[in-house]
Write a protein that binds this ligand. Structure first.
Ligand SMILES: Nc1ncnc2c1ncn2[C@@H]1O[C@H](COP(=O)(O)OP(=O)(O)OP(=O)(O)O)[C@@H](O)[C@H]1O
Ligand SMILES: CC(C)(CO)[C@@H](O)C(=O)[O-]
Ligand code: BAL
Length: 285
């Protein structure tokens, strides 16, 4: 069944008013792949009505980033939503979300938004949280589903919901990978065959780190770094942005004697493409 497509706030309000039961929102920037589709299926488990937003949010892109060339594949996105039984697609134009340009009032992601990915992309999490809160206010979901692939984003949204008492239940869903380990990402389509081969070092490093958990945090960092060092001299090379082993809730580095949950997160550039990946780990106490 084809979903109802709303492109204005008025159209959205009208379909929202007619939607009965629990509503789940899956926010996306489009160019939907199997990772997004897994979020839609997760949403369906807990909801009578599933809404997907498709909006490439200018506020979360810095100068020199890929806002202009970010893939826009709306017809295929609607087909994917139809195949997954999505009820509502909200696909606003930039002017609908930001009438008159950049908002005068927006969210500040705070110290956590300046760490790790926030250091590589200054202001990114301010723009991301601002649009997510706007989407929550416009759609009024009971729950919203986000991918663990963007682990810091998910942690920041959980923090926003807690700190600002936003009445939305946030659900995380596991990372979907290609058979060779590469995490699915809309940006993978930028990669040439040779760049894709280099990019595999990201997931390989995470696996090496995960295999070293019994040796503790230092062993995990060492094992992952060894894989990334090698990729730095591949052709084309991986330009590492960061490799961190962090607390999943705060994204601060864990100590050498850490016990319990942690996230090993990595980001790097291959050619002009910025890629991120992570794996959740548990250190025995
Ligand atoms: N491989 C994946 N597995 C599970 N969820 C994913 C995956 N890739 C993206 N998501 C989730 O889909 C939602 C929308 O993300 P987005 O549209 O930015 O896709 P993306 O593939 O991450 O694109 P990019 O990283 O290139 O911007 C986010 O909650 C994100 O975490
Ligand atoms: C959550 C999101 C849709 C906000 O623009 C985006 O950051 C994304 O696609 O992960
Ligand atoms: N996938 C997170 C959105 C972004 O990269 O801007």
């Amino acid at each position: 069944m084809t979903p109802v497509i709303a492109t204005t706030r008025e159209e959205l309000a009208a379909v929202r008013a007619g939607a009965k039961g629990t509503l789940a929102l899956v926010p996306t920037m489009g160019a939907l792949h199997e990772g997004h589709r897994s979020l839609i299926r997760r949403a369906r488990q807990d909801a009578d009505v599933v809404a997907v937003s498709v909006f490439v949010n200018p506020l979360q892109f810095g100068p020199g980033e890929d806002l202009d060339r970010y893939p826009r594949t709306f017809a295929a996105d609607v087909e994917a939503c139809a195949a997954e039984g999505v009820d509502i697609v909200f696909a606003p134009a930039v002017e609908v979300m930001y009438p008159g340009g950049r908002p005068q009032v927006s969210l500040k992601s705070g110290p956590m938004g300046e760490r790790v990915e926030g250091r590589t992309r200054p202001g990114h999490f301010d723009g991301m949280l601002t649009v997510v809160l706007k989407l929550f206010n416009l759609v009024g979901p009971d729950l919203a589903v986000f991918g663990e692939k963007d682990a810091q984003q998910l942690a920041m949204i959980r923090r926003m919901v807690a700190d600002l008492n936003v009445p939305v239940r946030v659900v995380g869903a596991p990372t979907v990978r290609e058979p060779d380990g590469l995490a699915l990402s809309s940006r993978n389509r930028y990669l040439s065959a040779a760049e894709r081969t280099t990019a595999l070092a990201l997931s390989r490093a995470l696996r090496a780190g995960a295999d070293a958990v019994a040796g503790g945090p230092a062993a995990v960092r060492r094992a992952a770094a060894a894989v990334l060092d090698e990729a730095a001299s591949a052709e084309p090379p991986l330009h590492l942005d960061y490799l961190v082993l962090v607390d999943p809730a705060t994204f601060t580095e864990v100590g050498g004697d850490h016990a319990g949950a942690a996230v090993l997160a990595v980001a790097g550039r291959v050619g002009a493409t910025h890629l991120i990946d992570n794996v959740p780990l548990a250190f025995p106490g």
